[in-house]
Design a protein around this ligand. Structure first.
Ligand code: HEC
Length: 172
């Protein structure tokens, strides 16, 4: 009968799948013990943005997880290999510029950063699509959000109003 001839192949396949699944679980558990220094680490520096509250709210939602020391570290950020990818993005993001460390850079550099930010937002590069979907739908920028950001990002650009002096807060 057909069933008889299929049976041995299927059970061998089942055995292989079972071993493969156990192998995956073992690897999955083992990699949890590989230490990643950056995970959960928010350095103490804080800078109070001199942005209007509605702009600050957008930046917090869409940019701060990767470009500040106020990263929200969700549970899945502790689980390898997702944690490795996040640590890498956050490390690279903070290296490019870090809103929390703006107390240590001068006005010119801040304005350069701001103009870069506008380029990234205007072109749709930032926030990265893989961040927005599926984990952070609220980071998606509407046209209105972009206009608000534009007015803030380009405030120091040539021909714009002179920027107000920054307010600096102490690290908590
Ligand atoms: C998921 C993490 C993440 C989020 C959220 C994010 N960024 Fe980035 N950003 C990065 C990474 C990673 C890089 C470095 C990209 C590279 O090296 O190619 C970067 C680079 C940049 C740069 C420098 C680009 C350059 O080439 O000089 C700017 C400016 C920037 N981001 C602005 C923003 C702004 C503004 C937001 C919010 C609207 C934002 N980013 C949200 C991860 C992020």
């Amino acid at each position: 009968m057909l069933g008889d001839s299929v049976k041995p192949t299927r059970s061998r396949l089942e055995r292989i799948l079972k071993i493969a699944a156990l192998g995956c679980i073992a690897i999955g558990l083992t990699i949890q013990f590989i230490p990643v220094k950056e995970i959960g680490n928010n350095p103490p520096a804080r800078f109070a943005l001199d942005a209007p509250p509605e702009v600050a709210a957008i930046l917090r939602e869409a940019c701060f997880d990767c470009h500040s020391n106020e990263t929200r570290w969700p549970i899945y950020s502790r689980i390898a290999p997702a944690s490795w990818l996040m640590a890498r993005d956050i490390h690279r993001g903070r290296t490019h510029f870090n809103f929390s460390e703006w107390a240590d850079v001068d006005e010119d550099e801040r304005n350069d950063d701001l103009e870069n930010c506008w380029e990234q937002v205007e072109s749709g590069e930032m926030p990265p699509w893989f961040y927005v979907f599926p984990m952070h739908p609220r980071a998606k920028l509407s046209q209105g959000d972009k206009l608000l950001l534009k007015s803030y990002f380009l405030r120091g650009a040539k021909g714009a109003e002179p920027a107000k002096p920054p307010r600096v807060t102490q690290a908590k």
